[in-house]
Design a protein around this ligand. Structure first.
Ligand code: BDR
Ligand code: CA
Length: 318
């Protein structure tokens, strides 16, 4: 039986790779995609999600548009202004315009109604700011207990990307992230920069994806190629000609949990600090008062991850 999931995305080049992995892997069933303001304005995230699914022949997967602004901080800088200059994403992904259209129900309604009515286990995988998930938690007091597992791309212990202290998804809506971390989800896994920066995809792997000749292989090589150029220029990793593809690591974990190595710790989000807003505070030495609430990934297995991308992108939709 394939494992069911919902992806909550701010598509985005790495979100698009996550969508393709979830939509094409034979052991996964992507039930729906919900979008949120993040890398780009939410309407572009929606358009990018639709065009990705169309391009790989999975237009049957519904897309629901979500929150257009952070939950509380209307004054907070719009995230895209910060991301724009690096060229990691662009506004519209470099594949044809979508033919499919977005669903009329909102993302938050879809999330609440799906988890309220299902008897099946559906993992929830947010790979953008946590605004939709926090809204669902606020609207439905039972939401957190209904979701069997949440796998978040976000946070960092040893790193920061948008500020010296913080990772983008958590920083972009720190209030939402704080409420999700404190919501009491049954199982919460966090895939932070500590792990994703170890799961680099090289230019060589990108070329191998292109050589597959499939829609997913071509799209992945284009999206990851763009990331490699941007990372080499603006945020060099431990090795040149390689870049992280953060969001897809969460999906890979659902297929093979050994793709990451986690520690069970308490994690909270700083929402006030002038220098540290959006920081994930991980109680690595059990110094705080709270019991662990999160399986926090400190490492990732690059070879397993890249092999899974290549195997999956060799496939075409049935
Ligand atoms: C995260 O921020 C977004 O730009 C990416 O899509 C990823 O989810 C990395 O910090
Ligand atoms: Ca993302």
């Amino acid at each position: 039986m394939p494992r069911k999931l919902i992806l909550d995305v701010d598509t985005g080049t790495d979100d698009a790779v996550a969508i393709m992995l979830a939509a094409l892997h034979p052991e996964l069933e992507l039930v729906g995609v919900t979008t949120v303001n993040g890398n780009v304005e939410v309407r572009y995230c929606t358009d990018n999600s639709l065009r990705t699914l169309d391009f790989i022949g999975r237009s049957d997967i519904p897309v629901f548009e979500g929150m257009a602004r952070p939950l509380v901080r209307a004054d907070f800088p719009i995230p895209r202004a910060v991301k724009k200059s690096t060229g990691v994403h662009g506004l519209s992904l470099d594949i044809p315009d979508p033919v499919s259209i977005v669903q009329s129900r909102s993302a938050v309604e879809f999330l609440i109604e799906t988890y309220r009515s299902t008897t099946e286990e559906i993992a929830l995988v947010p790979t953008g700011p946590l605004t939709n998930i926090a809204a669902a938690v606020a609207l439905d007091p039972k939401f957190a207990e209904r979701v069997p597992e949440v796998v978040i791309m976000g946070g960092a212990h040893h790193h920061g990307n948008v500020t010296p202290s913080a990772e983008f998804n958590i920083w972009a809506d720190a209030d939402a992230a704080a409420s999700v971390l404190a919501a009491g989800f049954r199982k919460l896994v966090m895939v932070p920069l500590d792990a994703t920066h170890e799961a680099l995809v090289s230019k060589q792997a990108c070329d191998a994806m292109e050589a597959l000749g499939t829609p997913a292989g071509l799209a992945a090589s284009r999206f990851i190629g763009r990331r490699i150029k941007a990372y080499d220029a603006n945020q060099p990793m431990a090795e040149q000609n390689a870049a992280p593809v953060h969001d897809a690591v969460c999906v890979a974990y659902l297929v093979d949990p050994t793709v990451i190595t986690t520690e069970h710790r308490h994690v909270a989000v700083e929402t006030q600090g002038a220098l540290t807003i959006g920081r994930t505070v991980v109680d690595i030495n059990f110094r705080g008062e709270h019991p662990p609430n999160c399986h926090f990934a400190f490492h990732a297995d690059r070879h397993k991850f890249v092999a899974m991308l290549l195997d999956t992108f060799a496939r075409v939709a049935a």
